[in-house]
Design a protein. Structure first.
Length: 291
């Protein structure tokens, strides 16, 4: 074959190989695609007792879902200044945890109910630069570590030993922050998170602006670089999956609240409080399944 012909043949084969490689790459799925969650139904959320958060309980068996709202705060707790309760969570062995905050001060409180029914309180003194608010908790699948978030625009979640579960905790000692989850994208007004796997969090954001992800009130997925271990920071890749449903007979500002993932049924639930008078009539807990 003449040199010029060989060059033309080589160029043709190179082009064909490039096209074939591009076709294979374009057909390959993304290395880490975010999940898709489809709405499958909803239930009315009572504005007094089901407006802040919820948690599915595995122990004891056949337990009902637990909800929080201003009406669920015991007088013995609110009378000591802990007048706001956030989105709770429960370990798989049945320890149920509610996050509390006060209007002022230098501490947060986590109220824990053991599987046997007894309650105890764990107080965390704020670390330097830590916000006072205490919107949610999420217990890691191994039960040993608890994540908690600060309201506002943040690039981190806080990591604590799980009160009442991790043997390093005691109601008589300060509950220390031991690590952080460093987010690769800012989040705003996160109202709840729950683990769907050892390294995946699903979070509800009450973001009213939409400038961070191009949509208001987004459902977020946070993929962690490793499971929290309490000894080192981990990173988190943040993706916006969809807008949380905003439907009501009234117009105005909705509030996205707590979130729960029930691994037994694969059901995700998110509370949305309706605007105006409709907070009383058509606030909802929306249900989703992964598709």
């Amino acid at each position: 074959m003449a040199p010029r012909a060989r060059q033309r043949c080589h160029a043709t084969l190179t082009a064909l190989l490039a096209l074939a490689t591009a076709a294979v790459l374009s057909a390959a799925p993304p290395a880490a695609a975010a999940d898709t969650w489809t709405e499958v139904g909803s239930d009315r959320a009572d504005p007094l007792t089901e407006s802040q958060g919820l948690a599915s309980i595995e122990v004891p068996a056949n337990s009902a879902n637990r909800y929080t709202g201003i009406g669920t705060i015991p007088i013995s707790v609110s009378s000591r200044g802990w007048n706001h309760v956030g989105d709770p969570d429960a370990s798989y062995d049945g320890h149920y945890i509610e996050p509390y905050q006060a209007d002022s001060g230098t501490a947060k409180m986590y109220r824990v109910q053991a599987p046997g029914g007894a309650w105890s309180e764990y107080v965390h003194t704020l670390s330097p630069g830590e916000a006072l608010n205490n919107s949610w908790v999420a217990v890691s699948p191994d039960g040993q570590w608890m994540l908690s978030g600060e309201y506002g625009t943040m690039t981190r979640f806080l990591v604590f030993p799980t009160p009442g579960v991790n043997p390093a905790t005691s109601p008589s000692a300060n509950l220390p922050q031991v690590a952080t989850v460093q987010l690769d994208h800012a989040v705003r007004d996160v109202q709840g998170c729950d683990f769907s796997s050892a390294t995946t969090l699903l979070c509800s954001s009450d973001d009213p602006e939409g400038s961070l992800f191009g949509v208001t009130k987004p459902l977020l997925q946070v993929d962690l670089s490793a499971a929290p271990n309490g000894t080192s920071n981990v990173s988190g890749h943040v993706s916006a999956l969809r807008q949380i449903p905003l439907r009501s007979s009234c117009s105005g500002s909705f509030e996205a609240e707590g979130i729960d993932y029930d691994r037994r049924t694969g059901t995700l639930r998110v509370i949305v409080v309706s605007p105006g008078f409709c907070v009383l009539t058509d606030s909802k807990t929306y249900r989703f399944t992964k598709s």
